[in-house]
Design a protein. Structure first.
Length: 563
């Protein structure tokens, strides 16, 4: 029997007289005669020393390479960048965070396509790496597996668990005089004990869970902690799986269907995930050429209860969830309730339902995941709002909120720094609607996160007492009455850019409306008087990004073609 030739693209390099120079280069990096008969597998590593989320990924890449070699491939490791959101937060560096998603995706696509790789294992950690890796995989549509580097352990202080959000909120507590210098320093030194991505159901863990539900990663891998020895085994399995996918001719777009994205949304809603999931899932679907809109999130949300008691609105972290069964146990529960598409294909070559047959149920006595009929909220907590302030949509996270309606005067700021100064000087009072605008995808540029602001509000005891609205976005660690992704953004003349200090804003998550009390004629007059702001950057990466990026309601992608 003739063995199947799995060199679906690399054959243009590995055969023919004209490719002698190409093969000479590969021999210099270790290829032997027999390797040219094997499929070339790229191991896309996001290893970096700039963040704990990715500090261990170099060793995981080595394991993935070993797995691909054992599986019959000719593997090669290559790297791409990562940006630490926690370190870039609260200053000009945050403008580069969301754009880094495009840089990562573009770089993986560039290397894999230039080298004519036949398959890819991509390993991510910090927030943007997961969606970026999957975007690249979806664009290329060659057999691929995604592996998440894993969550960090919780830090310990005074017998209690703390994490990176504890550090942000400690700043507000310190400014309010609730803690002293010594306690602030202790929080700083104990919040992040080692390798792994931020521990709560923040963006990194949210997106890892979403990609597992999507079918693009090994079952259970989204909740395995970074320092768990099994994480290396997962990477080795991923390397072997890619070669198996090549043999079975299973491609990413066979897996990333509309129903698979609905599964991802379902898991995110049940876990109470980050608002960034909406932005990233829209972008991933765009790359996979799947028609996904904000309306789809609403349609799914209405049938999915919020079940997880996870930070930032709850008390547990991802490692706690892992110890009671992890994401597979949650998916098993959701499948039993009939709200997952069990027939969706996954990277294992099996369906979601077939994978979950092997999964253990949630441990008896656990209180991290509520019973299906006793949810925190009967519908998902990520709510899409529309109205005269956000005709194209805005996103609110309502987990942990006791109120569903907020009305108050607009306190308008055109930068995060100005808003932070106002909070520090106690100029923001209970009942205010704090508005931070000109920080959208184009206007920021880069749609910076507002974790520093939300943490200051919570730290000062104003959580839920002040609403925060922005055309920027929020960290997965943000909580409180917060509304982001307001679209159209201020930079392109959206209504949020027409707001004036003192305008009354009404936000209602039940009716899903976000409006300000202004007549049609007044709105038209303000629109006519509006002047487009000059770009903040005229050279370099942020200039290019600002010119190319789409609205947040379409995923803030840079390759959207519109005539």
């Amino acid at each position: 029997m003739v063995k199947k030739d799995m060199r679906i693209r690399s054959k243009v390099i590995s055969e023919g007289v004209n490719r002698v120079p190409n093969r000479s280069m590969l021999r210099a990096v270790g290829f032997k005669d027999e390797d040219f008969k094997k499929p070339m597998i790229g191991i896309a590593s996001t290893w970096s020393e700039v963040t704990p989320c990715n500090i261990h990924i170099d060793q995981l890449a080595v394991q993935a390479k070993a797995g691909a070699k054992d599986g019959g491939g000719a593997p090669m490791i290559f790297n791409t960048i990562t940006v630490s959101d926690g370190i870039s937060m609260g200053h000009e560096g945050m403008f580069y965070s969301l754009p880094s998603r495009e840089v990562i995706a573009d770089s993986i696509e560039t290397v894999a396509n230039a080298e004519r790789l036949d398959g890819v294992v991509a390993i991510g950690g910090c927030d943007k790496t997961t969606p970026a890796c999957v975007m690249a995989i979806a664009r290329m549509n060659i057999p691929s597996v995604y592996v998440y580097g894993g969550t960090i352990q919780p830090g310990k202080l005074d017998g209690k668990d703390i994490d990176i959000v504890s550090s942000f909120e400690a700043v507000g507590q310190y400014q309010e005089g609730l803690i002293d210098d010594e306690q602030l320093y202790k929080v700083e030194c104990n919040a992040c004990p080692g390798a792994g991505a931020c521990g709560g159901m923040y963006t990194a863990n949210t997106m890892a869970a979403a990609v597992e539900a999507l079918g693009m990663s090994i079952p259970g891998s989204s909740s395995t902690p970074a320092i768990n020895e099994y994480k290396e085994s997962e990477c080795r399995q991923a390397g072997e799986l890619v070669v198996s996918l090549l043999e079975k001719e299973i491609y990413p777009r066979d897996i990333m269907t509309k129903e698979a994205f609905e599964n991802a949304i379902t898991v995110v809603m049940a876990l109470g995930g980050s608002t960034n999931a909406i932005l990233h899932l829209l972008a991933m679907a765009h790359s996979a050429e799947v028609d996904l809109t904000l309306d789809d999130f609403e349609r799914v949300r209405e049938k999915v209860p919020h079940l997880a008691d996870l930070k930032p609105s709850g008390k547990y972290v991802m490692q706690d969830l892992y110890e009671v069964g992890g994401v597979p146990a949650v998916m098993k529960l959701l499948l039993e309730q009939g709200i997952l598409h069990g027939d969706c294909l996954t990277v294992t070559g099996k369906t979601v339902a077939e994978n979950l047959e092997l999964a253990s149920p949630l441990k008896e006595g656990q209180d991290i995941i509520r019973p299906f009929n006793e949810p925190f909220k009967k519908t998902g907590p990520l709510v899409v709002l529309k109205g005269n302030l956000a005709p194209d949509g805005a996103v609110a996270k309502m987990s942990g909120q006791k109120i569903s309606r907020f009305e108050g005067p607009a306190r308008v700021f055109d930068s995060e720094d100005d808003a932070a100064k106002a909070i520090e000087e106690n100029k923001i009072k209970e009942g205010d609607v704090l508005v931070i605008r000109h920080v959208g995808p184009k206007g920021g540029p880069g749609m910076p996160e507002m974790l520093s602001i939300t943490a200051m509000i919570v730290g000062r005891g104003l959580g839920g007492k002040v609403a925060l609205m922005t055309d920027g976005r929020f960290s997965g660690g943000s909580h409180g009455f917060v509304i982001g992704h307001v679209s159209p953004e201020a930079h392109v003349g959206g209504p949020i850019g027409l707001l004036k200090e003192g305008d009354t804003i009404t936000i209602d998550s039940d009716s899903q409306e976000i409006n300000f009390n202004i007549s049609e004629s007044e709105l038209e007059q303000r629109a006519k008087a509006w002047i487009k702001p000059a770009p903040k950057y005229t050279k370099g990466m942020l200039s290019k990004y600002s010119r190319l990026v789409s609205s947040s309601s379409k995923g803030a992608v840079t390759d959207l073609y519109e005539e």
